[in-house]
Design a binder for this molecule. Sequence first.
Ligand SMILES: Nc1ncnc2c1ncn2[C@@H]1O[C@H](COP(=O)(O)OP(=O)(O)OP(=O)(O)O)[C@@H](O)[C@H]1O
Ligand SMILES: [Mg+2]
Length: 254
Amino acid sequence: MASTAAAVNGAAQSIISVRDVSKDYLLGKTHVHALRGVSLGVDRGEFLSIAGPSGSGKTTLLNLIGCVDTPTSGTVLVDGQDTSRLSERALTDLRLHRIGFIFQSFNLVQVLSVFQNVEFPLLLQGGLSQQERSARVNGLLEAVGIGEYARHRPSELSGGQRQRVAVARALVTRPALVLADEPTANLDSATGQNIIDLMRDMNRKDGTTFVFSTHDPKVMAHASAIIRIADGQIAGREAVHGARAEPAAAPVRS
Ligand SMILES: Nc1ncnc2c1ncn2[C@@H]1O[C@H](COP(=O)(O)OP(=O)(O)OP(=O)(O)O)[C@@H](O)[C@H]1O
Ligand SMILES: [Mg+2]
């Protein structure tokens, strides 16, 4: 039984534990095997990059970890909890209070302003006064460089500006875990660097765990480790030596 106890303890230490997970999609009459037996552990405080070619399963994996989708088989534990055993209410709580998700397609609410989009999770959470919410939201909008667009609607922004709103919305609740699907894909290199520095700063100061997918070698260079994924399977995990110790510019935190 000792090994079982060790396994349970190991699961409690890891913020994410993905065990032998497969995900099939039905596309017309064809089954697409997006993930095939993926196992992965992520420790608290990691800054982990998932790298792989287009279609390799990065978004699918992040969606399963973020409880946005469910696996066809296998288990996903977040914070030691088996997500398949949680009620809808408990899943909503987990997503709202523990996880920040930056979607590849942003998923902004089109009828809300930039400010309101970022404020939204704080309103759902409750607990902060209007003043506290404003300070937190405005601080983050400044930190991602879109303070002047607070009153704009998403449809009035460029792709890169929308991406920065999505980043601010994911970070505003100061979640324990941030899942970021290509968070810098639409940004020029200076802005992308700024976003990565902001995340790295949160990772160091608050111990926030980050798991992000990227194609960008410059972004990968900041990770503490890289998981390579190919054709729905983990092809390898490598520690990044010489991940930069300090951010280039200290970003403003709210
Ligand atoms: N909703 C869906 N229905 C059917 N097939 C899907 C669906 N979502 C993803 N797939 C398929 O699953 C596979 C993995 O897709 P996924 O989006 O996870 O890849 P990715 O690594 O994120 O790619 P990219 O780098 O282009 O974002 C692909 O073959 C894709 O076509
Ligand atoms: Mg993707």
